[in-house]
Design a binder for this molecule. Structure first.
Ligand code: NDP
Ligand code: BLA
Length: 290
């Protein structure tokens, strides 16, 4: 059994508590036992689970694992503290807000011999799995991924290429390693509007564009237009809701890592993907700030 604390009780933290309290029967998640949660607020208890102080969570020998569900700017420091304390870490994406921090955290996890898992529910949705099936085997000519969503506070969630890293992860998972060829950011502070446009080249030198547009009230939505030699894909293939939600699938994968059931090759591929995506986010930020 692995004792768990959840840190940060927002949307993601609340879902984590729900899923930790209700593991699927006979699933790897049954090896996780929720011991408490950490919040900056005085919540006392949540679904019968007791609040503990950060210090208690770090020091308790009943805690083997931390789920970091705080806003992005806090990830680096929280991960560092829990790894230093000898705990395994699951962190909601993004891992960190700079490529350097991401590399350092990974090194620390390896030094400590602990699992560092970066949640990636964006790859675990039925929507994405169907899209990937459609794209598989087709030859890309050019492509656009356009995301819209509500405004995110940059102070808390970081530069848009980091808070929107799930879109980079999609493109990398679909089309392989990428290069950033240019990027720009348009903002209107009065209206809390931001539009990031990043241009990539695939390994075959095919152009891909990512647009991340955010403003208060903008609907959370993704649009794709992928032009292949064989035709255009511009609507998402129909999906039914998966029997198991993406956060639970992610939790099961993490538990399998703790149990040593994931191959070294798979772990290395995941690490490479995560660090590659963070490096792309960093390059986009640099282009925008030039
Ligand atoms: N919502 C979703 O569907 C998904 C979210 N994520 C990731 O999960 C993380 C949290 O997102 P979400 O739950 O949506 O955001 P919320 O704003 O709902 O929650 C963030 C929580 O972080 C804590 N927090 C806020 N500011 C600070 C701070 N300065 N220092 C420490 N903790 C702080 C707060 O918890 P408290 O007050 O309890 O301390 C707050 O409730 C982000 O990294 C996001 O990218 C990833 C995938 C999906
Ligand atoms: C309803 C308001 C709502 C909010 C405020 C919300 C926030 C939110 N959803 C995210 C991703 C995500 N959120 C979800 C799914 C959900 N997340 C949920 O809170 C719910 C209810 C679902 C629905 C099952 C998924 C699958 C991702 C991964 C990125 C993606 O593919 O969109 C992220 C991480 C950053 C990002 O990729 O944009 C945030 C901050 N999501 C929402 O849906």
């Amino acid at each position: 059994m692995f004792g768990v604390v959840v840190v940060g009780i927002g949307i993601a933290g609340s879902v984590r508590i729900r899923d930790l309290l209700n593991p699927l029967p006979s699933s790897p998640s049954e090896s996780l036992k929720l011991q408490g949660f950490v919040s900056r607020r005085e919540l006392g208890e949540c679904n019968g689970v007791q609040q503990v102080s950060l210090k208690e969570a770090l020091q308790s020998n009943k805690v083997d694992v931390a789920f970091i569900c705080t806003d992005n700017q806090n990830h680096e420091q929280s991960i560092r503290s829990f790894l230093e304390a000898g705990k395994h870490v699951l962190v909601e994406y993004p891992l960190a807000l700079s490529a350097q921090a991401a590399h350092e955290l990974w090194q620390l996890a390896e030094q400590k011999g602990k699992v560092l898992h970066v949640e990636h529910i964006e790859l675990l949705t039925e929507e994405f799995k169907q899209l990937k099936k459609e794209v598989d085997g087709k030859e890309l000519v050019e492509g656009v991924l356009h995301f819209t969503g509500g405004a995110l506070d940059e102070q808390k969630f970081g530069f848009p290429s980091f808070s929107g890293i799930a879109r980079i992860t999609w493109l990398v998972d679909l089309f392989g390693s990428l290069n950033v060829t240019s990027a720009r950011l348009e903002t209107n502070n009065d209206e809390k509007y931001s539009k990031l446009t990043a241009n990539f080249a695939t390994g075959d030198n095919r152009p891909l564009t990512w647009i991340e547009e955010r403003a208060p009230g903008l609907k959370r939505e993704k649009k794709v237009k992928f032009t292949f030699k064989s035709g255009v894909l511009d609507t998402f293939p129909p999906t039914s809701r998966g029997a198991v939600g993406p956060f639970m699938l992610d939790q099961n994968l993490f538990a399998q890592k703790l149990l040593g059931h994931i191959s070294t090759e798979e772990l290395a591929a995941e690490k490479n993907r995560i660090l590659h995506c963070i490096e792309l986010a960093e390059k986009i930020k640099q282009y925008c700030q030039q």
